[in-house]
Design a protein around this ligand. Sequence first.
Ligand code: SGN
Ligand code: CA
Length: 526
Amino acid sequence: MNKLLKILLISSFIFSSCKETHSPPNIVFIMSDDHAFQAVSAYGHKLNNTPNIDRIAEEGAIFNKGFVTNSICAPSRAVMLTGKHSFVNGKVDNVQPFNWDQPNFAKNLQNAGYETALIGKIHLKGEPQGFNHWSVLPGQGHYYNPKFIENGDTIQIEGHVTPITTNMTLDWLDNKRDKDKPFLLLYHQKAPHRNWMTEEKYLTLFDDKTFDPPANYFDDYEGMGTAAKEQEMQIDGHAVWGHDFKFLTNPITGKKTNFNWELKRLTDDQREKWLSAYTPKNDAFRESMPTGKDLGIWKFNRYIKDYLRTIQSIDDGVGEVLDYLDKNNLSENTIVVYTSDQGFYLGEHGWFDKRFMYEESLRTPILMKYPKEIKKGTQVNQLIQNLDFAATFLDYAGIEIPEDIQGKSFRNIVNNKSSEWRDAIYYTYYEYPSVHMVKRHYGVRTDRYKLMHFYYDIDEWEMYDLKEDPSEMMNVYDNPEYSEIKEMMHMRLVEMRDKYGDTDELNKMHLERYLASKKRGAGPKK
Ligand code: SGN
Ligand code: CA
């Protein structure tokens, strides 16, 4: 046999045996609900410590420009599963039904031989499809003594939802999955969603600390548009004494609050722990009774502490799952992603909640590790969206990415194999009129600029220069110095809408559907 042929045969043997022994990676996709990137310590905001979530970035990559396509819970999850924008997958707001019959990446992985599980919050009605095992909270779920629907049966478990979700996850990993198959695990926490009810062991965490609110906490929205002025999501204004600030009687009016009713869900022991933690804090407030800006700062502190406390339990759970993977020699061949269904305002512009395309709710934390391919300490600065998860996971699993998926695999970005990527992202938001009163809008964001159109009961454009004004305090849409940029951004917007297939007609259709469902009494009330 000639030498060249021999080399060819040997190398093709090596290649094919490599292929055979190469097992597809496992995927652990961790999502929390409303977890702001500002509250992941790896992002450097120094609000709290999340050592276990940070471990994912230390052992892999952190994404500095991770965004969603529609900053609200159920639509975001639909985008994540389908890899398609809301106006394509149909789940545009928390009210419209989600069609589980459409393709999703879990179905693709399951069909390709993966063992799949979904545990925790999904917020999409109907039986989840694409999962060998599922145990999900009905709707928003409860923080204490939550019910789960497990493979169709309703069960109730005593305790706090965060460690319960973690324990279910560990139980599936250890006892319930087929260990001969690669797995996909969606481990989705309810926390830190409103109303931020902490696990007992953290009820007094941060009691000795005072947090400074963000610089624009007392924003008067002078530089912004009507939508910012007319929202209803101010910590010092719309958050309420019972549900949000955990007072049993309103300290101003003396009336009983709805928090009495919320505590009824707890066992005697749980309630006792809550009362002994909050009664002294609430009494101290009544004694000092701050007013004006001091009251605003007090409310910020009550809000941020409760919010961060719930994250501490999430971080513990992430640590337990990472430890499980390490101890069972699974880490090397497992992709772990940590993300949230959207961002959240931690007092920026005075707000809680999300929905707006302004930075803090548009952005979402994304941390990812896969020791086989991703170098430790990788920083990703491209504009990645939750739209891209489905394509990325299919790519890693070696499954062909269906052509109608709109997201792109970022595997070669996070691997540093390529730098070719999109230079603009598209955003849509529909749920209005509704709780928090954030008006309908859509927009485009490039690395430096953001253009937004608010419509329906207004017709207003806003544009921000994120380099000069990262906190988005000054709308430059009508500033003549930006006229060329404005033209360019309008072109980018048209291009984005063409690319993804969005139109004013679609907006009109979604509006009509929304108003009709509201008339029938469905969905969130204003
Ligand atoms: C609930 C919350 C809102 C929140 C929506 C949507 N109010 O209505 O503050 O914006 O959920 O959140 S609460 O009184 O019930 O806490 S989402 O994450 O599910 O979209
Ligand atoms: Ca959410």
